[in-house]
Design a protein around this ligand. Structure first.
Ligand code: NAD
Length: 395
């Protein structure tokens, strides 16, 4: 490391209501030290996730006040930057320094006004949900990490709400049939849900519009549900689902009705990036389910896949419970923070060497995530959403 060069990374406590995660964990310090970084952590920042100030101190961090975090850091690491924490986050706006890097979830494509306000502080926002889904960025992919946590927890919520047990039991009191679980959408969260439900002993079926997913479902022991739907146009270049139009969804709902009725737990995870989630389970379909069945709608925050879902609540519909959990990763903050911190650390390693920040705009990991710079919104995708003229982000 070049003599004397240090980059200071600051971690404030999260202020979004119910947010228990923290941006970096004590173990992150070991890696960050190697690239010439020093870490300042706000008092109590990791506490809700299970990491004490003492543990951070032992790994070499300085535990300081919130004001000191903001005034001394070159890079601020948050789970939720202003866009993803629009109410409480406002209180920090006056604390950012010109040229300071801010890394975290930004909701940059949906919270344009907040992004603009943050831009005005002169800070450089890096919104991690904008990471390109390329092999090199996999170890930084916070969306995959949080989807993993959500898929796992969705099954536990379903199991907890169900008046039945998941595994098959053969007892002196008779044989108990295993629970049946249907997972709609087999992306990162869906695949994790399939794996978790299998581990708990359920019989698992799954469906996704991307045909490539079939093999992955089967390799986890799930049954891929056959549906006669034309899914050729279902996938974009990035491996994401595309919006397929109301005719397609209508046919899908018809074909899914029987499968939904046969299952005890339905976990819906179907999402289209940047769009409202499609309604795939209608009230009519719910009527066909056994009383006591459970739907866990992981798309609740994006409008829901199920008719009647209320984000953040559990509601009854025709004797079926529909759970619409929000911010699931905050329900498992220890491991969610561990995964998040590892992703962020790798992201920082890609831009800091020998205690110096180097923003190589030729690197799509840096270019795609950079949202604000020099007082302006510079990211072309975000500018488009905001209706601003195109601008060269690298300029
Ligand atoms: P997501 O959260 O946007 O969507 C969840 C799933 O819902 C997707 O699998 C999608 O196909 C499915 N879906 C959408 N509409 C549906 C419908 N009508 N019926 C059934 N299913 C529907 O997606 P995600 O989990 O974040 O990622 C999806 C894919 O992106 C991955 O499986 C992978 O191919 C790719 N990916 C790549 C990388 C990387 O290379 N770094 C990382 C993560 C994911």
């Amino acid at each position: 490391m070049a003599e004397g060069k240090t980059v200071v990374i600051g971690v404030p406590k999260e202020t979004f209501p119910g947010e228990t995660r923290v941006g970096l964990i004590p173990a992150s310090l070991v890696t960050l030290k190697k690239i010439g970084a020093e870490v300042l952590i706000e008092t109590g920042a990791g506490f809700a996730a299970g990491f004490t100030d003492d543990e951070y101190t032992k790994k070499g961090a300085k535990v300081v006040s919130r004001d000191e975090v903001f005034s001394s850091a070159d890079i601020i690491v948050q789970v939720r930057t202003y866009g993803a924490n629009p109410d409480e986050g406002k209180a920090d706006l006056g604390k950012f320094k010109k040229g300071q890097l801010v890394i975290g979830f930004g909701d940059a494509l949906t919270e344009g006004d907040k992004v603009r306000e943050l831009a005005e502080t002169g800070a450089l926002l890096f919104a991690l949900e904008m990471l390109p889904r390329i092999t090199r960025a996999q170890s930084m992919d916070v969306l995959s990490s949080m989807a993993t946590v959500a898929g796992y927890k969705a099954v536990l919520i379903g199991a907890d709400e169900l008046p039945r047990m998941f595994p098959m039991f053969m007892t002196a009191a008779g044989t108990i049939a295993p629970a049946r679980v249907f997972v709609v959408g087999a992306g990162v969260a869906g695949l994790q849900a399939i794996a978790t439900a299998k581990r708990l002993g359920a019989v698992v079926e799954a469906y996704d519009v991307r045909p490539a997913v079939r093999e992955q479902v089967e390799s986890l022991g799930g049954k891929f549900v056959e549906m006669e739907l034309d899914t050729e146009a279902a996938e974009d270049k990035g491996g994401y689902a595309k919006e397929l139009g109301e005719d397609f969804y209508k046919k899908q709902r018809e074909l899914m009705t029987r499968v939904v009725a046969e299952n005890d737990v339905v976990i819906t995870t179907a999402a289209i990036p940047g769009k409202k989630a499609p309604i795939l389970v209608t009230e009519e379909m719910i009527k066909g389910m056994h009383p006591g069945s459970v739907i866990v709608d992981l798309a609740a925050e994006r409008g829901g896949n199920c008719e009647g879902t209320v984000a953040g609540e559990a509601v009854m519909s025709h004797d079926v419970k529909i759970v619409g959990p929000t911010n699931i990763p905050a329900m498992i903050p220890y491991h969610a923070s561990q995964m998040y911190a590892r992703n962020v650390t790798t992201f920082i390693q890609n831009m800091v060497k020998d205690g110096e920040i180097n923003l190589n705009m030729e690197d799509e990991i840096i270019a795609d995530t950079l949202i604000t710079r020099d007082g302006d919104v510079v990211n072309p995708r975000v500018r488009e959403v905001l209706g601003l003229a195109t601008k060269d982000a690298a300029a």
